[in-house]
Design a protein around this ligand. Structure first.
Ligand SMILES: [Zn+2]
Length: 340
């Protein structure tokens, strides 16, 4: 099993199809100059990007992976490979700046030092501010031979459209529970892998990350708060106030995971990911109107995009509205269950 810190990076079990596709493209010399790996956060896109970069730079790859031992691999391992560039925000949550992209343009225009590929990974691509994204366009429009730019994006819709359209898109799906759960269970041993995966909305690496710090505790608290709001035992406005200082985008992810948990009970649901945190919610789920649930999910998605767009919406109002909507949805569902 591998985490992005391991070297060489080995694609996760659920990435085998995508990985094979990339190897085939390479074999037939059809790798594009720019690739965008898109998908939910925490499913291993970064690992796949590194695995590809390390493989392309390796001097003697073995069975479709970097050897981990050649001169090029050792440089990569030490993060000092002259033909490899990693670009990301200098601080977590900050923007990728134009200076970083200008340095990249310089890297792209030069010939490779080892005579092979040059690879740059930009992660997350949505962290580029508008000036940085505009500066990148030039490198995308005038690619030099044997250069691969890999853009990793958790929210591709927020990457500038002109940048997006110049990349070949590889969408990585969140793994199905029967792929993710065995892997996660092996990683956490005694932990409750199914609950972790549910909290992480199916993203295995996010699930694993919950075991660090008070992540799991926070998620349990959030979930019990959603339950008490649904049951009318606590106020949506109080909850909004309490969470105002949290990372609001992350909260939207929690709300999305919560809504997916409920959605798992509707139609052909994924029962393992749909465990209810409280039996008191069983009638709510019975009375849930799928149309209203998905409308609610849409609203959360729109709010998340607003928060990411830099439009700077009023966070308190936004949270209050979403939590009051949750209360209204729950009340309606309990009512429908009673009438049924
Ligand atoms: Zn090697």
């Amino acid at each position: 099993m591998t985490t992005p810190a391991d070297f060489p990076a080995i694609p996760y079990p659920w990435q085998q199809t995508s990985w094979q596709r990339l190897l085939d493209q390479h074999q037939s010399q059809k790798l594009p100059h720019a690739l965008m790996l898109a998908g939910q956060k925490g499913i291993g896109k970064s690992c796949l990007a590194r695995a590809l970069a390390q493989f392309l730079l390796c001097l003697s790859p073995r069975s479709g992976l970097a050897c981990g031992e050649c001169r090029s691999c050792l440089l990569n391992k030490a993060n000092t490979h002259p033909d490899m560039k990693l670009i990301g925000p200098e601080e977590v949550g900050k923007a990728v700046k134009i200076d970083q992209i200008r340095a990249l343009a310089d890297f792209v225009s030069k010939t490779s030092q080892q005579g092979g590929y040059k690879v740059a990974i930009i992660e997350p691509a949505e962290a580029m501010n508008i000036n940085a994204a505009n500066a990148l366009l030039k490198s995308l429009e005038e690619p030099s031979g044997n250069t691969l730019l890999i853009l990793v994006s958790h929210v591709p819709s927020t990457v500038m459209a002109t940048v997006r359209s110049r990349c070949q898109l590889l969408t990585l799906l969140t793994p199905a529970t029967d792929q993710a759960l065995p892997w996660l269970s092996a990683m956490v041993e005694d932990g409750d892998a199914a609950t972790l995966l549910q909290f992480a909305d199916g993203a295995p690496l996010t699930a694993l990350g919950l075991l660090e710090g008070d992540g799991l505790e926070q998620r349990r608290e959030f979930q019990s708060c959603m339950v008490t709001i649904a049951l009318g035992q606590s106020s949506p406005l109080d909850a909004a106030k309490k969470w105002l200082d949290s990372d609001t985008v992350e909260l939207m992810n929690w709300l999305i995971a919560w809504t997916h948990t409920l959605a798992c009970h509707l139609g052909a649901g994924d029962v393992e990911r749909g465990q209810l945190p409280d039996e008191a919610l069983t009638p709510l789920v019975k009375g849930l109107d799928p149309v209203l649930l998905y409308r609610y999910l849409d609203k959360i998605m729109v709010s998340k995009r607003q928060l990411l767009s830099g439009a700077n919406p009023n966070k308190q109002l936004l949270l209050e509205e979403i939590l009051m909507d949750w209360r209204a949805l729950a009340r309606l569902s309990f009512g429908r269950a009673r009438q049924a």
